[in-house]
Write a protein that binds this ligand. Sequence first.
Ligand code: PBG
Length: 327
Amino acid sequence: MPYPVYRPRRLRESPLLRKMVRETTLRTDDLILPLFVIHGRGSREPISSMPGQARLTIDELLKECKDAASMGIPAVLLFGLPQEKDPRGSEAYAEDGIIQQAVRAVKETIPDLLVITDVCLCEYTSHGHCGIVEDGRVKNDPTLDLIARTALSHAEAGADMVAPSDMMDGHVGAIREALDEAGYQETPIMAYSAKYASAFYGPFREAADSAPQFGDRRGYQMDPANAMEAMREVALDVDEGADIVMVKPALPYLDIISRVKSDFGLPVAAYSVSGEYAMIRAAGQLGWLDEERAIMEVLIGIRRAGADLIITYFAKDAARLIEQGRQ
Ligand code: PBG
């Protein structure tokens, strides 16, 4: 139907018509809010590279979680900072570790909020890598046991879902087996399946104090140039028992989100990471773009690409804007 028979503008003129023909929606139900937990009491330590975000002691975390739940946000994703780091990341799987304590507190106080835990060692290891280091290298198989122990300790504390972000081969299978053996067959796994070695994790590493002390993560995280490899990674995680697969970061990898969504029949999560947040916040603060519109445009773009769920530090802003009808 060529012009002038077909005029796309006919459906664009009125706000009501635009609303009716909208192809993609963003719902508060699609959002997951990541939060950082620290030991201590009564403290919110602002994260300078992520304005508006803070490291929270458990009492402050509870306030934040209540706030999120009251806005209709269904889930939080928790990251912990330990009291002490060591080469084997012991606090990651300690019964009274920061995450284990935080999960128990949140589930007790706000039982209706879903608590997802990030499962990784990098915040807990003195060398800052996501696995066991031997002879200067991150060893895959010896790490699996510790990752599985970490996930199990989170489930025992009451976590509703675990999210392994370490990118070790075989990690989803190792976690599934450990959970099943201990009677947690019903605890889902959201796998960071296609996790790229990204510069956009910079602010997070300041927030979580998890920068590698030597080398980088390219030996286990993916090369930004690769798409077919992402499909292989996702297929592996699905075979090993992943319930939700994740692509991370989101914005530079919309094509991967789209392919994962069309090739696999599983819910897809996209993690709009710390650097994506910092970029928009910074430009917004400088007055270089309209921050609220930019937030909504980015999130709808990630949904349009195929993400069912979005992990975003803007979850509260977005929930507020959705409530105000500002889609
Ligand atoms: C831990 C982990 C990272 C992020 C989530 N889990 C950092 C990394 O891999 O270095 C990044 C999240 C963000 O940037 O918001 N492995």
